[in-house]
Design a protein around this ligand. Structure first.
Ligand SMILES: *[C@@H]1O[C@H](CO)[C@@H](O)[C@H](O)[C@H]1NC(C)=O
Ligand SMILES: *[C@@H]1O[C@H](CO)[C@@H](O)[C@H](O)[C@H]1NC(C)=O
Ligand SMILES: *[C@@H]1O[C@H](CO)[C@@H](O)[C@H](O)[C@H]1NC(C)=O
Ligand SMILES: *[C@@H]1O[C@H](CO)[C@@H](O)[C@H](O)[C@H]1NC(C)=O
Ligand SMILES: *[C@@H]1O[C@H](CO)[C@@H](O)[C@H](O)[C@H]1NC(C)=O
Length: 454
């Protein structure tokens, strides 16, 4: 495991995901271990990381046990409720609880009370659900005290009036291999004041010795989510499908999983994600993420979907794969705000970039500039549409053939101006190579420039 982690760190270095502004969402590699082993790693990674080794390592880190669930494909089914988990419907009523916390020890003089629950690490589904007028925050952290389990959940309720507390319940729910908590509150009196809401802080401590979990779902309206501990190449923790769902509250995450679906509204989403499929949806707020996507097998497709409105989208995307012919398909949508996409591959490194991979991008906004960076291997079409502003392709200054076959970079512009169209490819004679079309990039905005860097 240590070998795998070390190599993954090495692998990520060329992509340079080091934190640009500490504390501003761009958490990433733990700098401590990096500095004391950097030179050792440098020689190490030149030896180790051939395509097959990479493939093996990815497999080792992420999927040490065979997967039994089918690949989720929810992004294809539209974007409404991307993080909705129908399994939670069974757990919305405290009457079906295994038991609920007893608030009687809470005394009038105190303004908070805590209760602790334990959940099994091997659950098919871990969930955190709220119903009624409650709000607060949930933090996923790595436990330092417990190495193998169980998952310890500490719920603290903060209240002004003991009467408000008594109108809430925190219940341990579950059936078969699904385990979780329900935070429940009586519907508010029509004339009730919102400050009467009881605030809950949920701290979920996942034992440090467990490196793979199955599904995790939250459905917690008005709960800020923080899961920054889990994007750690040194000691990776992976999930199968993670769904984080809230509203009017920010989600700041670092997570690795097979599929990640993140949904809120009126608040920003920030974080670093690694997996096969990523969906992020919010509104009236920015999205700032790094998406490290993997190829699952020969010819597989990985997806990224980022949607908001009235907020900028800033994303670093990379496809890493030990397999050939993978596709990365990305949909990026906002309005009245800029879009910035960096599509980077570790192409100057001994690590094999995803071989013969394809990239499909559908990006749209309005009244905001769009800047999209492709990787040099990209060969495909582009379609850039704006109004009252230029839409341009800027070629990089490095004209070396990324495959070292002595080919030249060609951009064939068939339409120029506010609506620019064409294709880009590598060839010896300036003619498009036979049968090679590995992508399509479409970018739409209005009243603002578009720049496509290749
Ligand atoms: C809970 O109440 C105690 C005593 O009033 C206080 O010291 C503590 O900071 C409170 N904790 C939270 C999380 O509000
Ligand atoms: C739960 O959190 C509260 C408030 O932060 C703390 O006082 C209490 O010790 C914690 N309990 C456990 C079991 O961790
Ligand atoms: C990838 O696709 C190309 C072109 O379709 C094909 O020639 C090649 O065999 C494929 N590679 C693999 C490993 O299947
Ligand atoms: C990559 O694509 C080329 C052209 O389609 C094909 O000849 C080659 O076999 C492919 N490489 C792999 C590893 O599939
Ligand atoms: C540029 O693209 C057009 C339309 O696809 C095509 O007809 C033309 O041959 C291409 N020119 C070059 C030099 O590749």
């Amino acid at each position: 495991m240590h070998l795998a982690s070390t190599s993954l760190l090495a692998m990520m270095n060329p992509v340079d995901y080091s934190p640009a502004e500490p504390g501003k969402g761009a958490l990433l590699l733990d700098p401590q271990p990096a500095t004391h082993t950097t030179s050792r790693l440098r020689t190490f990674r030149r030896r180790i990381l051939s395509g097959t080794a990479l493939c093996f390592l990815l497999g080792l880190v992420f999927w040490c046990h065979p997967l039994t669930v089918g690949r989720p494909n929810e992004l294809a089914q539209g974007s409404v409720g991307i993080a909705v988990d129908p399994r939670l419907e069974a757990y919305q009523n405290p009457e079906n609880a295994k038991y609920c916390a007893d608030w009687s020890p809470a005394v009038e003089a105190r303004d908070n009370v805590s209760v602790t629950f334990e959940l099994p690490t091997e659950a098919d589904l871990l969930f955190f659900l709220s119903r009624g007028p409650v709000s607060g925050g949930i933090d996923l952290v790595r436990s330092t005290s417990s190495s193998t389990g169980p998952v310890e959940v500490n719920v603290t309720a903060t209240y002004h009036d003991i009467g408000d507390l008594r109108r809430t319940k925190v219940c341990r729910m579950g059936a078969a291999d699904e385990h979780g908590l329900l935070i429940w509150a009586e519907p508010r009196h029509p004339h009730g004041h919102p400050t009467q809401n009881v605030q809950f802080t949920i701290i979920v401590a996942l034992p440090i010795g467990v490196q793979s979990y199955k599904d995790l779902t939250t459905d917690l309206a008005r709960f800020a989510h923080t899961t920054m501990d889990f994007f750690d190449w040194w000691s990776p923790v992976s999930f199968e499908v993670i769904r984080l769902r809230t509203s009017d509250a920010a989600i700041h995450s670092g997570l690795m999983g097979r599929a990640l679906f993140i949904q809120t509204s009126n608040a920003d989403v920030q974080g670093n994600f690694a997996g096969y499929e990523l969906g992020v949806q919010t509104s009236n707020a920015p999205i700032q993420v790094a998406a490290i996507m993997f190829g699952e097998n020969v010819g597989s497709e990985s997806r990224v979907q980022l949607k908001t409105s009235n907020g900028a989208i800033d994303v670093d995307m990379v496809l890493l794969s030990g397999y050939a012919n993978n596709t990365l398909r990305a949909v990026v949508q906002t309005s009245a705000a800029p879009i910035t996409i960096n599509r980077r591959l570790a192409n100057k490194d001994p690590i094999e970039p995803a071989i013969n991979s394809s990239f499909f991008l559908d990006a749209s906004t309005s009244l905001g500039a769009a800047s999209v960076q492709l990787y040099p291997e990209y060969e495909g079409t582009y379609d850039l549409q704006t109004s009252s502003a230029p839409a341009e392709v800027w070629e990089g200054t490095k004209t070396e053939d990324p495959l070292g076959k002595g080919r030249h970079r060609t951009v064939n512009k068939t339409l120029d101006g506010e609506h620019a169209q064409g294709s880009m490819f590598w060839s010896r004679d300036g003619e498009p190579p036979e049968g090679v079309r590995r992508g399509a990039v479409k970018i739409i905005t209005s009243k603002s420039p578009i720049v496509l860097f290749w």
